[in-house]
Design a protein around this ligand. Structure first.
Ligand code: PMP
Length: 424
């Protein structure tokens, strides 16, 4: 069946609310290459939205999952526990940049991890308030959606969110917000809207993902840590997009000296299998009472086995170092595009490690979302899958597997360069 036949069926059968960025149907995938229903191949710079740091179907991840499938696929950990879940918790507790002893709990999706991190913070503090950042993305379930700092398309049709959720501006040059302004807004919030004594948690992405790959400056993180300590607030780092090597560290928080109390993880944790989790200070994690967290599929054994293999692959293939190398290679090429005529509208090249993005602006220097979308669609025609993001929709982000061979990376960057040149 061809792409166009499948799209016809898709449009008739699938709710339009789950929009697909591109009209191609995947048939097969291997590391950083995908093949579609028409037999065309694509270099994958999207990585399933940051899920494939170890590439599509890494042989070691597949082998671990298959071994697990052959043993058992589901029991519900809350009924009958199994070893891969415990082994994964032990491994992540040792790896996570958390002060003191850590514990973990697993779920399936990123939004679920966020929901549960907030539940843990509420149980631990006996408070309800949560502060998040404008431009942040934390998921599409009801509470996670309310924490997400972007109204359209995520929140505008779904009424007002639950009480006690507040947003402060995130420092971002493109949005003309400084760290000082962010902190002033927080101070004002504590004066005008909610007492810090009623705040359970502050949640922040160390690098905003959907918001456009803007890093949280060390000065902001340090001040949040100080305020959290002063007022007994739980500091949550949402590492769902940044985790597992993407930024050149296992966790992006390791670029700073600040230690969060809880970390949410998902996406690249299990290399393509649905798995998420909260890793955190053991004293906080144990405040939610037995039975209060969980879910039928929480920490599926196949996904846990895959995640253990993902952690092995990151170590064995030196993917943290590789992220920095790839990042430099990408940055060099993009700088050469910026330096020539094709790059006259490319600004704001940024991002740690291999979490790289840039913005497209129009002739008046304004964010040009239509041009960014056109670049992404031109790239697709050239056989490159790439994603846009950003608070203005004019950001192009690169989330290529860290296992990409150099020649495919270079080939993808060449295609991106051609797409950028074709932009008008
Ligand atoms: N937090 C962050 C930082 C994310 O990037 C995402 C997904 N883009 C989520 C939460 C939600 O994850 P999921 O889509 O798996 O629910």
């Amino acid at each position: 069946m061809t792409n166009s036949e499948l799209i016809f069926r898709r449009d008739a059968a699938v709710a339009r609310s789950l929009a697909s960025a591109y009209p191609i149907f995947v048939e097969r995938a291997e590391n950083s290459i995908l093949w579609d229903a028409d037999g065309k191949s694509f270099i994958d710079f999207a990585g399933g939205i940051a899920v494939l740091n170890t590439g599509h179907r890494h042989p070691k991840v597949l082998a671990a999952a298959i071994r697990q499938i052959e043993a058992y696929t589901h029991t519900a950990f809350q009924i009958l526990p199994y070893e891969p879940y415990v082994a994964l918790a032990e491994r992540l507790n040792a790896l996570a940049p958390i002060d003191g002893p850590a514990k973990s709990v697993f779920f399936s999706t990123g939004a679920e991890a966020v929901e549960n991190a907030i539940k843990i913070a509420r149980a631990a503090t006996g408070r309800a308030g949560v502060i998040a950042f404008a431009g942040g993305f934390h998921g599409r379930t009801h509470l996670a959606m309310s924490l997400t700092g972007k109204v359209s398309p995520y929140r505008d049709q779904f009424g007002v969110g639950p009480a006690g959720i507040f947003h402060v501006p995130f420092p971002c040059e493109a949005d003309s917000v400084s760290v000082e302004e962010s902190l002033k807004a927080l101070e004002r919030l504590f004066r005008a809207d909610i007492s810090p004594a009623d705040v359970a948690a502050i949640i922040i992405e160390p690098v905003q993902g959907e918001g456009g790959f803007h890093s949280a400056p060390e000065a902001l993180l340090a001040e949040l840590r100080q305020l959290a300590d002063q007022h007994g607030i739980v500091l949550i780092a949402d590492e769902i997009q940044t985790g597992f090597g993407r930024t050149g560290k296992m966790f992006a928080m390791e670029h700073s000296t600040v230690r969060p109390d809880l970390i949410t993880v998902a996406k690249s944790l299990a290399g393509g299998f649905p798995l998420s989790g909260v890793i955190g200070r053991a004293d906080l994690m144990d405040q939610a009472s037995p039975g209060s967290l969980g879910g039928t599929y929480s920490g599926n054994p196949v996904a846990c086995a895959a995640a253990l293999a993902v952690l092995d692959v990151i170590e064995d293939e030196f993917l943290l170092e590789r992220a920095s190398l790839i990042g430099n290679r990408i940055r060099d090429r993009l700088e050469s595009y910026i330096a020539n005529e094709a790059g006259r509208r490319i600004v704001g090249l940024r991002g740690p490690g291999a979490m790289i993005a840039f913005d497209i602006i129009d002739a008046n220097g304004q964010p040009d979302a239509a041009a960014a979308k056109a670049v992404a669609h031109h790239a697709l025609e050239l056989g490159l899958v790439i994603l846009t993001c950003g608070i203005f929709g004019n950001t192009i982000r690169i989330l290529v597997p860290l296992t990409v061979p150099d020649d495919q990376l270079d080939d993808g960057l060449t295609r991106l360069g051609v797409a950028l040149g074709k932009e008008d």
